[in-house]
Design a protein around this ligand. Structure first.
Ligand code: GRF
Length: 219
């Protein structure tokens, strides 16, 4: 059976696009219950609409407190029947109590090799630190920003002369493969969170899974 998912987005939506493409190709066993955004003009919403996916735009300014917005948003997510929430470029920090209620059922994609470079400007920071390697992580979301248990990572080299934009573009292609592989693994019951630990095929993992060249997760 296909896993009903909700995808939360704030902008471009290329990671959402990768999930839709894989689903259309018949290789990703999910159904899109909802695509929701805090920005009514997010291009990601237009892409979802074009694919006949239910969409929702909620304006944070209409809510007194951050928590009220988050509760309203997740009430709508719950109503949609989603069993997994994918944060794919959702540029808001979620309330801790709301996140706790969905523990093990929310994941986020972040453009760094966590725990390195939580927060913004990850590509710029990796170049400034003269790192030779960069990457992207998919993790279960906890109340700590970009701090939840990491499921899997994809790595790329940083080349001499890489600009922030070039590095970001090269990494984005890996993000697309990683988010599809992680959602696929969760949908098939191969990855789950138990007692705060990521489990892979029934066993807790000490290190994040890696995405290999064929787009397959390995331990
Ligand atoms: C991605 O780099 C993702 O890792 C980060 O926000 C960006 C979203 O890009 N959290 P897109 O909207 O999916 O194209």
């Amino acid at each position: 059976m296909n896993l009903p998912i909700a995808v939360l987005v704030s902008g471009r939506g290329s990671n959402l696009g990768a999930l839709i493409t894989a689903n259309d190709a018949g290789t990703l066993p999910v159904e899109f219950a909802l695509v929701a955004s805090d920005k009514a003009d997010a291009p990601a919403l237009r892409n979802a609409e074009a694919h006949g996916i239910p969409t929702l735009a909620l304006d944070p300014k209409s809510y007194g407190h951050r928590r009220d917005f988050d509760e309203a948003l997740f009430a709508r997510v719950a109503e949609s029947g989603a069993e997994l929430v994918v944060l794919a470029g959702f540029m808001r920090v979620l309330d801790g109590a709301v996140v706790d209620a969905w523990q093990g059922r929310i994941i986020n994609i972040h453009p760094s090799l966590l725990p390195k470079y939580r927060g913004l400007h990850t590509h710029r920071r990796a170049i400034a630190a003269r790192d030779t390697e960069h990457g992207t992580s998919v993790h279960f979301v906890t109340a700590e920003l970009d701090g939840g248990p990491v499921i899997a990572q994809a790595r790329i080299p940083i080349h001499a002369g890489d600009s922030e934009e070039i590095l970001a573009a090269r990494l984005l292609a890996q993000e697309h493969r990683l988010i599809v592989a992680c959602v696929d693994a969760i949908a098939r019951g191969r990855v789950l969170l138990r007692n705060g630990l990521v489990h892979w095929n029934g066993k807790a993992i000490a290190e994040p899974l890696r995405l290999n060249r064929d787009g397959i997760l390995t331990s």
